[in-house]
Design a protein around this ligand. Sequence first.
Ligand SMILES: Cc1cc2nc3c(=O)[nH]c(=O)nc-3n(C[C@H](O)[C@H](O)[C@H](O)COP(=O)(O)OP(=O)(O)OC[C@H]3O[C@@H](n4cnc5c(N)ncnc54)[C@H](O)[C@@H]3O)c2cc1C
Length: 317
Amino acid sequence: MKVWGILKGEEAAKTLEVVETAKRLSKGENFGIVLLGKPEDSVLEKILFTAGSEGKVICYPNKLWPPGYVIAAITRILEQTPQLIFVPHNYSFMDSIPRLAAKLNCAILTNVHNISEDNNFLLCERPVLEGKMTGLFKIDKRHRVIVSLSAGIYEPKEESSKAELKMEDISFLQNIDPLRKITSIEKAAEEQVDLSQAEIIIGVGRGIGKQENLALVEELAKILKAEIGASRPVVDNGWLPRDRQIGSSGQTVSPKLYIALGISGAIQHVVGMKGSKTIVSINKDRNAPIFNISRYGIVGNLEEILPAILNYLKETS
Ligand SMILES: Cc1cc2nc3c(=O)[nH]c(=O)nc-3n(C[C@H](O)[C@H](O)[C@H](O)COP(=O)(O)OP(=O)(O)OC[C@H]3O[C@@H](n4cnc5c(N)ncnc54)[C@H](O)[C@@H]3O)c2cc1C
């Protein structure tokens, strides 16, 4: 198979774009999905339907995946042909994917947030120079390459028929050097917010003016059952905690609705939220770049518009 998507079972629900990307790039030919760990049944069904009948899903039902196991599980199923191998761009793969690339003697391109095609080449966009610019990388599909995908690059779309599932025997792992010993697993502190699962996010930018105005945003978030995210200046000013930052040095999100309040649309912010399904922006500058990626835009002063929206929602709900 020429195209593979690899994801971890326990985080599969958050990384379904890997399945969608493998499906799209295989162009109707067979492709493979490797599941490192078995996800819960409902997520597994989602994966099988997202892959569709052209896909073959191979599941290794092991719980822990140190780098040695990841490399052993993947190398034993890859044939000696050129392949595009997609993985999620997240911490859980960062310690194994460079080692896998070294073992396979192939190139690796990380944090890709846009892919298009040009004959034998893939054109991949990723942030460069710490997110100050976007680089365009041309990948020759006739060579094997590993590409890590930024969250939300494609929205997963379920097909009418599902992929074949093969559960693999994991006894071979007993003889594999894990290359890292996991001594314990600790849950992240409760206050760490995971915005990647939020359906609605209100992104607050410098245009909110002052910290006191956040009370209106919190009120709106409560009515809409939304999470609050922020651009970097809002975090740097200490108005919201760092774990709310969205962008190249913050979280990557892809909610159904992203409401950008007083955000200009700098590339470092946009790479973190452009996968949102619908973007609504409010900004007093009609030329603000955020409007280029917005489905709906309101040009005006937040200090007038925000209270008006709140009044309307209160009256109608
Ligand atoms: C290495 C590096 C990494 C970075 N990482 C990130 C990152 O992860 N996330 C991030 O967000 N940024 C990041 N940045 C910063 C980024 O370059 C921008 O400076 C930042 O995104 C701008 O935030 P903003 O849109 O809130 O502020 P501004 O660019 O200052 O925009 C404020 C907007 O609010 C509007 N406005 C002002 N007052 C009102 C009002 N009363 N009503 C309506 N609209 C109003 C203005 O017209 C303007 O468009 C990074 C920068 C660097 C160099």
